[in-house]
Design a protein around this ligand. Structure first.
Ligand SMILES: Cc1ncc(COP(=O)(O)O)c(C=O)c1O
Length: 429
């Protein structure tokens, strides 16, 4: 039991009452974070291997980011992108400095899905084409434009024809023949994640991603890599495409880009940017000075602290430890850097719940069978040891089938009790 179940919090009640209802809320209220640790309102600590779906790769409340935000908040928070701003210029310079060569034009926005929207529009104006190739099991976000690239039917079907799924061909991630057949002279862009995150933590093969580069060039289409989850050191390089020696024409960026502030970008080659008419796209909050200040501090800290090397080394350490777990429930441990998935032979949800509830470790699902770990790169090896030990205990102790049967037995006996007492009351009246 968490403290909240014993003593329901007013914050938990308020959030559950007023939220739109689209989220499956946990029974816990988080109030503070530092590095790889977060604390709930009752003071219980958790090792965070979710970090806001992969946002806080630098750790929660990194001191440089906190200082930059504090200073900028007292100076200037709002300036639209039509009016140049010192922090925005500094951020753009820093960002282009770490991006693969040639990606030196940037559209700034606020979330991953907006970066995908931008990518879609820039690809259409750059090529004069409007067909796309995306990947089965791919996830690109949930706005209607981005949703057209997202494969999972449950995210698309509730919105029927409002999601444009006629102009997108989905190919099996890794299938070279399907890829070659799908990319034609009508294709504006091929969209893919270098490691599928939501789709089960699946790294692309070098052959597949390199063939995507080759065939898009041959057909005059763009290659757009979705590095929203993989970017900014998560996979052990600043960007995952560096593992494959591939430079795309455009790259969508978000999550860890700016120290936890809601920031995103579509970075592209000049030839792609130059074809968008002035005023053809825009956003109010994109490139706001507050996020830009956080972004500058975050990018500098990533470089100074060797965050990519940390993610590479700790990722290998954690993956080795997970692979050493002897459990018949594990089908496969896979990933790249600190983007790690453990595919089980059964549903992952009860194990993820037990990790949080019983062990104080936050992790998340990626498809119903996969437990996904996205710890910050500043996590210590001791914390990794704790996470792996907790996971092993949970695999040993949780038995969803037995628990479900016990639940059913309890329900049946409760119903039996009710029938007996109803029967008794009838008799006694
Ligand atoms: C690969 C990928 N693309 C796009 C998105 C959408 O980003 P956002 O949730 O910021 O809109 C996500 C979010 O998880 C993602 O992992």
């Amino acid at each position: 039991m968490t403290g909240n179940e014993q003593n329901p919090s007013k914050w938990l009640a308020a959030e559950k009452k007023y939220d739109s209802g689209v989220y499956n809320k946990h029974d816990v209220v988080m109030v503070r974070g530092q590095g790889a640790t977060v604390w709930d309102e009752n003071g219980r600590s958790y090792i965070d291997c979710v970090v806001g779906y992969g946002v806080a790769t630098l750790g929660h409340s990194h001191p440089d980011v906190v200082k930059a935000v504090q200073e900028q908040a007292g100076k200037l928070m709002v300036m639209p992108q039509t009016v140049p701003n010192d922090k925005r210029a500094e951020f753009l310079q820093e960002l282009v400095g770490v991006l693969p060569q040639g990606l030196d034009r940037v559209f700034l926005c606020n979330s991953g899905t907006e970066a995908m929207e931008a990518a879609k529009k820039f690809a259409i104006t750059a090529t004069g084409r409007s067909r796309f190739v995306s990947m089965k099991r791919g996830f690109s976000g949930r706005s209607l434009g981005a949703l057209s690239f997202t494969w999972e039917p449950k995210y698309r079907e509730p919105f029927g024809d409002a999601v444009d799924n006629k102009s997108v061909d989905f190919v099996t991630y890794g299938n070279l023949d399907e890829l070659r057949a799908a990319v034609t002279e009508q294709t504006a862009a091929v969209i893919m994640e270098p490691v599928q995150g939501e789709g089960g933590v699946r790294p692309a093969s070098a052959e597949f991603i390199q063939e995507a580069r080759r065939i898009t060039r041959e057909k005059g289409a763009l290659l757009i890599l979705d590095e929203i989850q993989t970017g900014f050191c998560r996979t052990g390089k600043m960007f995952a495409c560096e593992h494959f020696g591939v430079i795309p024409d455009g790259m969508t960026l978000a999550k860890a880009i700016a120290g936890g502030t809601p920031t995103a970008a579509f970075a592209m080659m000049s030839e792609v940017a130059d074809r968008m008419p002035a005023g053809g796209h825009g956003t109010t909050f994109g490139g706001n000075p507050l996020s830009m200040a956080a972004g500058v501090a975050s990018l500098r800290a990533m470089k100074r602290e060797g965050l990519a090397e940390q993610a590479r080394e700790k990722g290998a350490y954690m993956m080795d430890k997970l692979r050493a777990i002897q459990s018949p429930k594990i089908r496969e441990v896979r990933g790249l850097g600190l983007m790690i998935g453990v595919e089980l032979k059964e549903k992952s949800a009860p194990y993820i719940h037990a990790m949080e509830h019983d062990e104080g470790v936050l992790c998340l699902a990626a498809t119903p069978l996969v437990v996904r770990f996205l710890p910050p790169a500043v996590i210590s090896k001791e914390q990794i040891d704790q996470v792996v030990a907790a996971f092993e205990r949970v695999l040993n102790n949780v038995n969803p089938r037995e628990e479900r049967q016990a639940e059913l037995r309890a329900q049946q006996s409760e119903m039996g009790q009710q029938q007996v007492s109803q029967g008794e009351s009838v008799q006694t009246e």
